[in-house]
Design a protein around this ligand. Structure first.
Ligand code: CMC
Length: 423
């Protein structure tokens, strides 16, 4: 049997055979037979917008691999910075490459003093840190005029290092501002996560931020969040990048996409939901209300692509145990475990293939580590920056066309303008 599909235009009887290559059919072939007949695909449910060699995701099988390496092996054996290198370069670094990469990221952590004093301190006192991050990353483009040169690979690499290195600094700066606390300068003698925790929590003692278990757990969470193929924010990065905007502006757009509760904001919603449920005694009633459509969605459950247990959620459960051994158990954990147990044995969730996703447990860990819920999407954006940038470079290297979908027009027919007194 041929590995192809045949499309017949029933109006004319014309047909075209289109080969299936790597699980896809080339839409330009369709256009040859049916010009001006568009695929109607809101939410890109059936559209592959690009070809990519970065992340492989098989939602039915629950598989996630970066550049061919299974996520569980990377989470166990690698570090976030090594994974960032892998995503961007396609291969794991050797020792020399690893040292240079770590040095470069570590020595680009500082932000311009105007950025902190004039820009970040200009926000309203209760500004959401994610709003500050979106704006702060866009503002960086005004400090690095060379970023507009997206053709030169060496210049591109400079911006990539700047972005990965400065995200934690801007993130911590936005948090300190919202707390009315002075900014803590980056400490370039520390590792990526240790430095971030120090910038966040110095000199507080209610959070054991100096405990290496927390830095390791954060590093694992950063590995899990580093990339996830063509999700909403990566698509935003690619769409804005396709117009040849500079990488700071494109990253700001991707960060904005991540801000929404359906994407990076879901773990915040999980904490709100668990807090509202309040006790394991209320779990059954809550699940019933979700099924009846009166209780909203079960936050942290379901995924557009995974129709199986999200492999990241499995790893996160183990990380949670490590963190709780240092911080003490998050009191919401028991409610979450009960909720998972009830949902996974309920036909409503089973028949719709709704399993816990990465956000079901990540919020519990972040909360136990002392991060306020407002910071959760920020904690997602920091590591996802390396994934966004890997996709941005891949897009430029493939010389892709500007993203410009078509529409199905359903508005009014042509009509003449009516002066206001006659309406
Ligand atoms: N709770 C209850 N019912 C749900 C849920 C849920 N969390 N998710 C989907 N459903 C139901 C939905 O009502 C629909 O049922 P029916 O067929 O009877 O109308 C069916 O499952 C299919 O839902 P859908 O909205 O068509 O699925 P989608 O692929 O468009 O949505 C999703 C994916 C992630 C937006 C959705 O599952 C959801 O809203 N989950 C809760 C929010 C969440 O946890 N988001 C984090 C995603 S993972 C982080 C990331 O990678 O960004």
């Amino acid at each position: 049997m041929a590995d192809s599909v045949t499309i017949i235009d029933n109006r004319t009887g014309d047909s075209i055979e289109v080969p299936i290559v790597n699980g896809g059919v080339d839409a330009t072939e369709w256009r040859k037979l049916l010009p001006n007949v568009w695929f109607y695909d809101p939410g890109f449910m059936t559209t592959a917008a690009c070809s990519s060699a970065i992340t492989e995701l098989d939602g039915e099988a629950g598989i996630l691999r970066y550049r061919g390496y299974p996520i569980d092996q990377l989470a166990e054996k690698s570090t976030y910075l090594e994974v960032a290198y892998l995503l961007l370069h396609g291969e794991l670094p050797n020792k020399q490459q690893q040292e240079t990469w770590t040095h470069d990221i570590t020595y680009h952590t500082f932000i311009h003093e105007n950025m902190r004093k004039r820009f970040m301190e200009g926000f309203h006192y209760d500004a959401h840190p994610m709003g500050m991050l979106v704006s702060g990353v866009a503002a960086l483009s005004t400090f690095y005029a060379d970023a507009k040169d997206i053709v030169d690979p060496a210049v591109r690499r400079r911006q990539i290092i700047r972005l990965i290195a400065k995200m934690p600094t801007i993130a911590a700066c936005s948090y300190r501002f919202s707390e009315g606390m002075p900014f803590v300068w980056p400490d370039n003698t520390l590792g990526f996560c240790e430095n971030f925790l120090k910038m966040m929590f110095t000199p507080w003692e209610h959070v054991p931020w100096q405990d290496p278990v927390l830095a390791k757990a954060l590093d694992t969470l950063f590995i899990l969040h580093a990339d996830h193929e063509q999700n909403c924010s990566t698509t935003a990065m690619r769409v804005v990048g396709s117009s040849h905007a500079d990488p700071f502006t494109a990253t700001s757009a991707a960060t904005a996409a991540l801000y929404g509760p359906r994407h990076g904001g879901a773990n915040e919603q999980v904490i709100n939901m668990l807090t509202e449920i309040g006790s394991i005694d209320n779990v059954d009633a809550f699940v019933k209300s979700v099924k009846e459509g009166t209780g909203g969605r079960l936050q942290g459950f379901g995924h557009r692509v995974y129709k199986n247990y999200d492999p990241r959620a499995r790893i996160i459960k183990k990380t949670a145990d490590d963190v709780f051994s240092v911080t003490g158990k998050n009191p919401l954990l028991d409610i979450a475990l009960k909720l998972e147990e009830v949902a996974l044995s309920d036909d409503y969730f089973i028949s719709r293939k709704l399993y816990p996703n990465v956000d079901f447990y990540s919020g519990l860990i972040y909360q136990a580590m002392g991060f306020p819920v407002d910071m959760f999407p920020v904690l997602f954006a920091i590591p996802r920056t390396s994934g966004w940038l890997a996709h941005w470079e891949e897009l430029l290297e493939q010389d892709s066309k500007i993203a410009r979908p078509r529409q199905i027009y359903i508005g009014a027919e042509s009509r003449d303008y009516v002066p206001i007194e006659q309406r």
